[in-house]
Design a protein around this ligand. Sequence first.
Ligand SMILES: Cc1cc2nc3c(=O)[nH]c(=O)nc-3n(C[C@H](O)[C@H](O)[C@H](O)COP(=O)(O)OP(=O)(O)OC[C@H]3O[C@@H](n4cnc5c(N)ncnc54)[C@H](O)[C@@H]3O)c2cc1C
Length: 507
Amino acid sequence: MDKIVHDVVIVGGGTAGWMTAAALSKVVGIHNYSITLIESEEIGTVGVGEATIPAIQNFNDLLVLNEDEFVRETNATFKLGIHFVDWKKEGESYIHPFGVYGSNMDGINFDHFWMRYYRSGGNPDIGLFNAETVAARQNRFARSKATDPGNWPKINYAFHFDASLYAKYLRGYSEYRGVVRQEGKIVKVNQDPESGFVTSVQLENGKVINGDLFIDCSGFRGLLIEQTLKSGYEDWSKWLPCNRAVAVPTEKVNGPIKPYVTCTAREAGWQWHIPLQHRTGNGYVFCSDFISEDEATEKLLSRLENRPLKDPKVLRFVTGHRNQMWNRNVLAFGLSSGFLEPLESTSIHLVQVAIQKLITMFPKRGFVQSVIDNYNREMLDEYVNVKDFLIAHYFVTQRDESPFWQYCRNMDIPDSLRERLDIYVNTGTAGVKLHELFKETSWFAVLMGQGLEPREYHPVADVISEDELKLRLAKIRTGIQQRVDSMTSHDDFIARHCAAQGMAMTA
Ligand SMILES: Cc1cc2nc3c(=O)[nH]c(=O)nc-3n(C[C@H](O)[C@H](O)[C@H](O)COP(=O)(O)OP(=O)(O)OC[C@H]3O[C@@H](n4cnc5c(N)ncnc54)[C@H](O)[C@@H]3O)c2cc1C
């Protein structure tokens, strides 16, 4: 008879480890289980990963966090979207907003009506029809309230936070709920000689920690999933060639804190700028075939807006995923399961998805191979969808001034993306399926922003008269502007609700 699953061991205390500990301690609880998290201060964490997407609100809801407290404790700011600078070509930019454009009409997506309007000489700035974009441009922010006038969708937002403070915050949450933290470096992993299941891990000080279920959150090294179980890795770097990042925090921004991340295309990759309450996160993500680590570091330092607070740190990675993210009694979460570069801030989200799937399929007695296979298929699907969206940013561009961009423009893209681009060009719709993370608005924003316009829009958008079309769009635009006018500044919102300790913020 299979053994009842009782002892859960989480290996690693970075973002992935503490998110897992927090969620399991809340949902699965410690009444029938023991939950131990092992981390090594000597090894430390990757220390980056500061931008999120709106789905993190579901994770916060699962933990029943007080959002203001969470923002305060992690020195967070609000994020309404991503500002892509110079991606189509130098001198042009667009915002990929959270939230939708306009509102759907006559059963058809707003984008089609906007295409008709734009083709007939209307304002080419689609951002005017998205509340998150208009608010971002004006550094404004407010949460939607049930009492807000009009019938508008909720303001969609995520957060930028300090990764180490986030782990600390979730550690407090988890320990309060009974998770036992074990400091120490794992030097040996023991397996059942017949099944290959991991039975225990041994620390440098000799202590042995037994487990029934292991969650590998050990980062890129994949201590259990790869070093022990040899699960294999699918390398996607031919499509996503960036394989390095150099990161450096700087002093906080002068002037208003922007409620969005800025990603600026560079000669061999792109640079991020993430505003937090107390500092700014900066990094250059690049491909080492086209620029050396030293040169990329120099370029990054020369382009900083403010004084660095630490020495720059180079991180190396290979974009792709583990062939089995659940193997025997080990699940890999976070960087140990794979890595899609951070252009659309999806890694923390993929940790969250993995946690939610584990909770849904939580093993009670032993491990069932069909459940494991199903989990692996579902997780792979999540990775594939994100992968295609990321590739589109590099492939659909007019940049060709450097060998890196010439490579990206001419690379052989996956069939799934080729088909999607074809559908989009011919129908104005990207054919997004229900379960996909990035919805039609995201594809439309990015593809239009990168300079790919559909040839066609939906025929229903031609049914109303031109005057009626203009009238409807003017109404939507005015409504959005009024909505944004009623918001306070982002700085003021933080100052009033969730300023971190020691942060004297003024509007
Ligand atoms: C350049 C870059 C930028 C990124 N930006 C974003 C972003 O904006 N948004 C986003 O969502 N994600 C981003 N990510 C991804 C994000 O950083 C990670 O998904 C997240 O931090 C999770 O990391 P982790 O916990 O898996 O690994 P780590 O942070 O590496 O943690 C590993 C843990 O395992 C422990 N450990 C390892 N080996 C041992 C051992 N032998 N014994 C004991 N303990 C051990 C370590 O001590 C540590 O606690 C970025 C990643 C990179 C590389």
